[in-house]
Design a protein around this ligand. Structure first.
Ligand code: CTP
Length: 408
């Protein structure tokens, strides 16, 4: 996916061992369609060579304000003016201190200070030892840099190159990349709290076995990511799936439909939008055996009784109506045929404003899908595309349908 097509990023490296991760970040940005201009401090060139970054970005790297390649001899002005964003990764403690003071005695700090602030955001990915990170001077400088308009991408926690463990390591390239992509998405859900259910549920028969379905959770996770990119606070109630948690999303893992119902009802209190993508098991075993059900030698399978699971979407939507609340509920329908008919009937049965239909066997486990949006006004198709693209389109559609009163 060319998530950054047409974007020009200045990638600034300062001195730190995390410079090796910036090579991968540069590659991810280029693969996503961005043009990348790398600028390095002298200290950064001690950790990784400009040649590596030139090869990956396809452009000569700038390391000095005295670089004669720019006809007007002003690389610090030109580089910042051309950019859609300046990304500092890694940003060392010293460089952050110098940003906080507005010092600019070399190219990268010069271009940060000289960039047109209202048009070119500064995204900062700090990297340092945990003691340096937690030092009051660093925290003071970080607060100042943020107050001056920079966007802090945060740090990771874990083992550090120095052998110590704690906060301060640079985020992984894939995490930084996700944050940079999110930065460019329109904030159509700013101020909203979106609750998403995703994945299958698992209904245990005994400690070993149970019934479930083929839902991978990909669509629900893509929607959670798209809602977060659009500026919402997002809570994702996930059945048993192996998807990575989207950046900045609160994930609540559940197993059974009853667990999912309890989590959804609790989080719906604070939510303004509820998107039910989960493929909830319709039935569960009436009783769960405390031990593995063994063959009894008769050759006959055990007699199993099932009871219907609660309908999570219906319960939340009805509860909301009873409270006179404003939660905007969106359902999904996985069908195998007659999609429009079933989707229309399901929307009315569940009493919700928007229902999204898809063909189950064409979506489960796939990276692509197509969606059918059914509301009171009619039917609209979102043609086959990667799930994240569809998720962003769906989020934009939901934003246009929210009552004006629920907008911040
Ligand atoms: N859903 C739910 N709880 C259930 C069943 C479904 O929250 N116990 C939600 C799904 O997350 C989805 C919508 O209801 O948003 C429709 O799910 P689907 O399984 O397609 O429909 P059902 O209501 O189960 O109806 P049917 O069995 O007739 O297809």
């Amino acid at each position: 996916m060319q998530d950054l097509a047409g974007k020009h990023i200045v990638l600034g490296l300062t001195g730190g061992v995390a410079c090796y991760k910036s090579a991968e970040l540069c590659r991810l940005l280029v693969k996503a369609g961005a043009t990348v201009q790398v600028a390095m401090t002298e200290a950064a060139t001690r950790f990784i060579t400009p040649t590596t970054l030139q090869a990956l970005s396809g452009r000569p790297v700038f390391t000095s304000q005295w670089d004669a390649r720019e006809p007007n001899a002003m690389p610090h002005i030109n580089l910042g003016r051309e950019a859609d964003a300046v990304v500092l990764a890694p940003a060392s403690a010293d460089f952050i201190a110098r940003l906080a003071q507005g010092r600019c005695d070399e190219l990268l700090s010069l271009l940060c200070l000289a960039r047109p602030r209202e048009r070119v955001p500064l995204l900062v990915a700090p990297a340092m030892n945990r003691e340096m990170w937690s030092h009051p001077a660093t925290q003071r400088n970080l607060a100042q840099v943020q107050a001056d308009g920079a966007i802090m991408l945060g740090v990771g926690h874990g083992e550090q190159a120095c052998g110590e463990t704690g906060d301060g390591r640079m985020l992984e390239p894939a995490e930084l990349f996700e944050d940079i992509v999110a930065h460019f998405q329109p904030k159509v859900l700013a101020g909203q709290h979106v609750l998403v259910t995703a994945g299958p549920t698992f209904e245990a028969l005994d400690p070993i076995r149970g019934i479930t379905n083929h839902s991978s959770g990909k669509m629900g996770f893509a929607i959670a990511r798209a809602a977060r990119e659009a500026g919402a606070e997002v809570t994702l109630v996930a059945g048993p799936v192996s998807q990575p948690t989207p950046r900045g999303v609160r994930r609540i893992d559940v197993v059974s439909a009853q667990d999912m119902l309890a989590a959804a009802v609790a989080w719906a209190q604070a939510a303004t939008v509820f998107i039910a993508t989960a493929a909830v098991a319709d039935w569960r075993p009436a009783a769960r055996s405390g031990h593995k059900i063994k063959k009894d030698g008769s050759g006959r399978p055990p007699a199993l009784d099932f009871v219907e699971n609660p309908d999570i979407l219906l319960t939340v939507a009805q509860g909301e109506r009873a409270r006179g609340g404003r939660l905007f509920c969106v359902g999904f329908a996985a069908e195998s045929e007659n999609l429009v008919e079933h989707a229309r009937a399901k929307r009315e049965r569940k009493g919700i404003p928007l229902l999204v239909g898809n063909i189950g066997p064409l979506t489960f486990g796939q990276d692509h899908n197509s969606l059918l949006l059914v509301d009171a006004g009619g039917v609209r198709e979102l043609p086959r595309a990667p799930k994240l693209v569809l998720a962003r389109e769906l989020v934009a559609e939901i934003a246009t349908r929210l009552p004006a009163a629920s907008l911040p």
